[in-house]
Design a protein around this ligand. Structure first.
Ligand SMILES: *Cc1c(COP(=O)(O)O)cnc(C)c1O
Length: 452
């Protein structure tokens, strides 16, 4: 099973050909399927004797792959899509074939070196100090959790464990993963600061909220989460104002930029991120708006020593890798074994250069701005929030909640687009998230027309 037989050779070539074909084309949107449909079409796939390479490849390419949506389709505008560059996607194939263990410097020095240069580019965009660093982790969820665990550990070391509760300030628009990490995983209290008219946390609102708390409640706070690009509305919190309050009270500033952090690369919106240079930790998902394949989140600490203090695992069998001074990605997050998941992003950055990234992010911003204008001028739609970045949230005037779902299903059935409903201010509406440089204004116009 582990030797390179003629059958492995044939299958590997067929798979490589499928990869090359997929890289070369704009794949159809495709569709989802019910468990019953897949049961009927694919049946039992794991058997005592095995299906053999040819049959398994057929099953994948003819039945299973078409039952997965193409997230990189230019008219896939739901959630936050993904649009890997061809170079990043191509390199991902090599990562799988290479068996690189990227948890430790000892085993993965070359990979970790390259990944760290990609992290450095991001840290420089944010204006973090030369000593800043971290690791690529699975996604924003793990990145946020790992940063907040490090923040609490730093507070514990500084203040001692008093046995009191801990708390973190967020807003109603803070991503579900942050609230889940705090409430369910960390058992930390969540203090919700009211957002402004666009859902942003401001320094003033944060200060008002904490001044309304008792001294005891205020002392439980160890961190504040500023979102740089909220998922539903695409707006950037007042990072500078929030950071000033955090410094005054001695809290950790975590800047959650899973989606919007990529905007740091775009001169036209860079001013929105003022204050990010004060972040104690920062995350951005290259698998969102930085054109890398799933799944990669760049997690960066201002002071990596604090990341290590929280996350380094100790055991006799790990002594050979727990060497002082060596950069072990496993030391910075909730993970040990690690795929070199930052390498596809690094390779594409190395090949294309950072200017191409700046231009690609600007391209999507330009399309989103033109899309916002189309919505404003449409007559049948209403833009609900003035966009900062590339998320456009809007309603169809006169529609009821259930109209959005029906329309979205029609769009997907006709393979025109994938646009799902969302909620804002307790009402159903819809949104476009534009992160794909292949998405055009004409694409948006087509979908806007379908809402008439
Ligand atoms: C997508 C997103 C997350 C979650 O990231 P995953 O990579 O899906 O785990 C967290 N925060 C924000 C702002 C996001 O947009």
């Amino acid at each position: 099973m582990h030797s390179y037989t003629p059958e492995v050779h044939t299958t590997a070539h067929e798979l490589a050909q499928l990869c090359l074909d997929r890289l070369a084309m704009t794949a159809p949107l495709d569709r989802s399927a019910t468990p019953a449909e897949l049961e009927r079409l694919a049946g039992r796939t794991v058997t005592p004797d095995g299906l053999g390479g040819a049959e398994a490849v057929r099953l994948w390419s003819e039945v299973l792959a078409p039952a997965c949506l193409s997230v990189d389709h230019p008219r896939y505008l739901s959630f936050i899509p993904s649009a890997p560059t061809k170079m990043a996607a191509a390199f991902d194939m090599l990562v799988g074939a290479s068996s690189v263990y990227a948890g430790s410097w000892l085993e993965g020095a070359g990979a970790v070196y390259a990944e760290n240069q990609a992290l450095r580019w991001i840290a420089d965009l944010a204006g973090l100090p030369a000593t800043a660093g971290g690791a690529f982790v699975q996604g924003g969820t793990i990145g946020n959790l790992s940063a907040l665990v490090a923040a609490r550990e730093a507070a514990r070391q500084r203040r001692g464990s008093s046995g009191a509760r801990w708390a973190v300030c967020v807003t109603g628009e803070t991503h579900s993963s942050v609230k889940h990490a705090l409430r369910v995983v960390m058992d930390v209290d969540v203090i919700e600061v009211a957002g402004d008219e666009r859902g942003r946390m401001t320094g003033a609102a944060l200060r008002d909220t904490v001044q309304g708390l008792s001294q005891a409640a205020r002392e439980e706070i160890f961190a504040v989460v500023a979102t740089a690009g909220t998922t539903n509305l695409g707006v950037v919190d007042d990072v500078a104002g929030i950071g000033a309050v955090a410094r005054e009270f001695g809290w950790w500033l975590h800047v959650a930029g899973a989606y919007g952090g990529a905007g740091l690369a775009a001169p036209s919106v860079r001013h929105l991120y003022a204050g990010v240079e004060h972040a104690d930790s920062f995350i951005v998902d290259p698998h969102k708006w930085l054109f890398a394949p799933f799944d990669a989140c760049a997690l960066i600490y201002r002071d990596p020593v604090l990341g290590r203090a929280a996350h380094t695992q100790h055991a006799g069998y790990l002594d050979p890798v727990t060497v002082a001074g060596e950069w072990n990605p496993s030391d910075f997050a909730i993970q040990l074994t690690r795929r070199a998941r930052g390498l596809p992003f690094w390779f594409s950055l190395a090949v294309n250069g950072t200017d191409a990234y700046r231009d690609a992010v600007e391209q999507t911003l330009g399309v989103a701005r033109a899309g916002a204008e189309l919505i404003r001028e449409s007559g049948h739609l209403r833009l609900l929030v003035e966009p900062d970045l590339t998320v456009l949230i809007f309603e169809r005037i006169g529609w009821q909640d259930e109209d959005y779902g029906r329309w979205g299903s029609r769009l997907l059935d006709s393979q025109l687009a994938f646009v799902t409903p969302t909620r804002h201010a307790a009402r159903v509406c819809t949104r476009f998230a534009v992160i794909n440089p292949m998405t055009t204004v004409e694409d948006l116009a087509l979908i806007i027309d379908s809402l008439r």
